[in-house]
Design a protein around this ligand. Structure first.
Ligand code: PMV
Length: 311
């Protein structure tokens, strides 16, 4: 039996603007993981059985086409590790990362699958090659991904990220305590990114100016995260949320949760990921963690997660 896993991720600064070549910062959520287990099975000719445990769904790989992201990730990983299949195996995928919520569940499944297969077939793949393969699956999910999800998840480190450049891992000055609240509406990254593109095309000057302002916030956020100045990081998160509102990717439920987090003691809060649904994140201190989680619950959050991001 071979097992591998990959974490979720949260974008702290710069979502959407990163698609337009501005920098962004994301951190892995190592407590929330997708796990993949591979076991040899008896089946002839050599075949792959896939079990998506949480979806209560299973299939033979040869019966699925590449539009299924799990099938596509497995095929890409097999091309890189064992192009001529000589044995049968079952691959099960299970996850603690909520789907369609901005936490990188798709990229985590891809990375965990690729890692598990590389270990099963004893083919060493670097984090960069795993990330590059997972990026190809991300493209299937949502057309023009920046690559921040697969990079943060494959490297499992805090990253300063710019499209088409090597990701820059960095150390946080202090661990982060985050409370995440789901606003109750699912988020489809591809659709939200496409809608932003339409609006950018219609008002290019205005949108490009907002993306540049987000880029400036990211630089300041980067300095303050390295210095461990969470008060400043929180202020910048609030500013980032206001700019995300201006590009139309927040909604009333996210705005309410963000406002409640701030009035209940968080350093700051913002939506995270594509928006128009999914999770918001609040940066808190140990002493405010409980009060913020309770306030988000009172404000109607569908799902609350309290996580720590170390180093
Ligand atoms: O919703 P998520 O977790 O896939 O994050 C999307 C982040 C965007 O910046 C909106 C898109 C991207 O590809 O970077």
């Amino acid at each position: 039996m071979t097992q591998a896993s990959a974490p979720g991720k949260a974008i702290l600064f710069g979502e959407h603007a990163v698609v337009y070549d501005q920098p962004a910062i994301a951190v892995p959520l190592s407590d929330l993981r997708t796990t993949v287990i591979i076991r040899s099975i008896d089946a002839q000719p050599p075949s792959v059985h896939v079990v998506a445990t949480d979806l209560d769904h299973s299939f033979w790989l040869h019966e699925m086409d590449d539009r299924d992201p799990l099938a596509y990730a497995i095929r890409l990983a097999l091309q890189a590790t064992m192009p001529e299949l000589q044995e049968s195996f079952e691959i099960s995928v299970s996850s603690k990362i909520p789907i369609a919520s901005g936490l990188g569940s798709g990229a985590a499944a891809s990375v965990a699958i690729i890692r598990a297969l590389s270990s099963f077939f004893k083919v060493d793949l670097s984090d960069a090659s795993i990330s590059a393969l997972a990026y190809r699956v991300e493209k299937l999910h949502h057309g023009t991904p920046s690559g921040i999800d697969n990079s943060t998840i494959a490297f499992e480190q805090a990253l300063y990220y710019k499209r088409n450049q090597d990701p820059q891992p960095f150390s946080l000055g202090r661990p982060l305590q985050l409370v995440l609240g789901h606003c109750g509406v699912d988020s489809q990254t591809g659709a939200v990114v496409a809608a932003v593109r339409d609006r950018w095309q219609a008002s290019m000057e205005e949108y490009s100016a907002i993306f540049s302002q987000i880029g400036e916030l990211v630089e300041r956020g980067y300095d303050n995260l390295k210095a461990g100045d969470h008060k400043q990081v929180g202020i910048l998160m609030n500013e980032n949320h206001a700019l995300l509102q201006r590009i139309g990717v927040s909604n009333q439920a996210l705005d309410q949760l963000v406002a409640r987090a701030s009035t209940s003691g968080a350093y700051g809060a913002k939506l995270s990921g594509a928006g128009a649904g999914g999770f918001m994140i609040a940066l808190v201190g140990t002493e405010t963690r409980e009060s913020v989680a309770r306030a988000l619950q009172d404000a109607g959050a569908r799902h609350i997660l309290v996580v720590q991001v170390s180093g």
